[in-house]
Design a binder for this molecule. Sequence first.
Ligand code: HEM
Length: 505
Amino acid sequence: MMDNFAVVASALVLLYYILQQVLRAVLSPLRSVPGPFLARWSDAWYLWQVKGAHWETQNIQLHREHGIIADPEAVGIIYGHGTRFVKSSWYDAWGSPSNWNLFADRSIQRHANNRRQLQNTYSMTSLVSYEPYVNQCADIFSRRLCELGEAGVSVDMGHWMQCYAFDVIGQITFGKRIGFLDRGADIQGIMRVIEKQLMYGTLVGIYTRFHRLAFGVLNFLAGKNGAGREHIVKLTEVRIAEEQERRKAKRAGDGDGAEPFVSKFLAKYEQDPEKFSMLHVLAGCTANMAAGSDTTGISLSAILYYLLRHPKCLQELRREIEEFRARGLLSESFGFKETQQMPYLQAVIKEGLRMHPATGLPMERVVPEGGATICGRFFPAGTIVGINSWVAHRNTQVFGADADEFRPERWLISDEEKLAAMNRQWIPFGVGSRTCIGRHVSTLEISKLIPRVIHEFDFELSTGSAEGSWSTENYWFVKPRGFEVKVTCRKPKDGHNLVEETRIE
Ligand code: HEM
């Protein structure tokens, strides 16, 4: 009797759920939006697809299959300055339920206040003082590549670019590099922890109502080290405490490099703890570690990968480097300001970030009160909309019929109007008030390292696939997998001036 009751009750609940979904889909004001049939019924379809880790290519494919022509104006409508489109609940899964962080914050007002506090530390003028740090890491990177080349082994460039980016960000943030380049390994499991957080945020964000519970359980199980982002927070707290001790001992002048972020943040805190709290110090340093290393590593890998797949472009870049060096316009350390004068290099970087932006999911926003018309269609308030930079970057209306091709020359034209249209649609760092705060850090790292590796090394792609293409995995960050190369050093090793004793471990 009891068994029958349970079966009938379950069937009724199931029926109610199905009916609710059917009604929702049939009555939805969005029913005329083209898209896959199953996606209409439940978020489970999206979760399943995203879990497959290739949403960036699927998203482009779906637009083409369903004849969706993305309106270039949509970028401005959704993300433009002064927009009232707030971040969607997907972002909740990227932070602790009890504290804000800059990336995940959904409050326009609080975000604007906090961003104002942090912003000037990330300005280009304040970042160029970090150039010697970047040079040190590039020297070690170069030495490691030479050693690997001499050993004749296959090199996973995705991994080494990641090591470089992690050590630069560690050095800029804490004044000491963490030691990834020294060991060629994942120090303190930091890379692995961030990778887990990427998967967690990506998937749990789709059903974000489970975040509070999942966050609590996972952190409880992880014990004192914390799980995912919390683990990085804990490691960052240790570094901040060390820096506080150093400041108490009045050794502020220690080390001969530029003042690292942690020290600048603590100085702000000491000056006005109400305005710039310890949470600002923690949020700033943690964001650098969590958001600033993989993204740069991926972008460096992508630029190199596309150059290797397009030898003519590589030759042209090398020609430009040699010409600049012959004219005395490019120093041994590949000065940042010098690299900004190299038009072909800049076009290569821009095109690499167009072909492979580091983030590969839509940057979700909520349509504000009153609704909005996007791509000629009305979306009521509360609808979640978003643009995936991968889709925007392959818009043939803007980039032309060869939008899928790597062609740096597209940026070297004199047609101002076309350039402006392409620039508006080029969004690897996001757009508007939520644009990437660390983009100048990456620009510094990328502008210096790419010409240097092209000048110092020959690479032979050995990805293992017949077409020579690499594979990728997308959990928000679209990471290269199996970017294997053979490396040959083009210059004698003794040119490297190493400073290897400054690492944390
Ligand atoms: C090539 C490298 C990078 C790429 C492609 C990239 C990409 C992005 C994108 C697309 C966003 C906006 C996300 C959204 O609206 O949903 C973003 C935000 C952010 N990025 Fe980056 N990023 C890079 C490097 C960095 C670095 C080096 C740092 C730190 C040093 C950093 C810190 C942040 C932070 C804190 C935010 C949130 C900003 C806010 O909401 O105010 N990123 N990034």
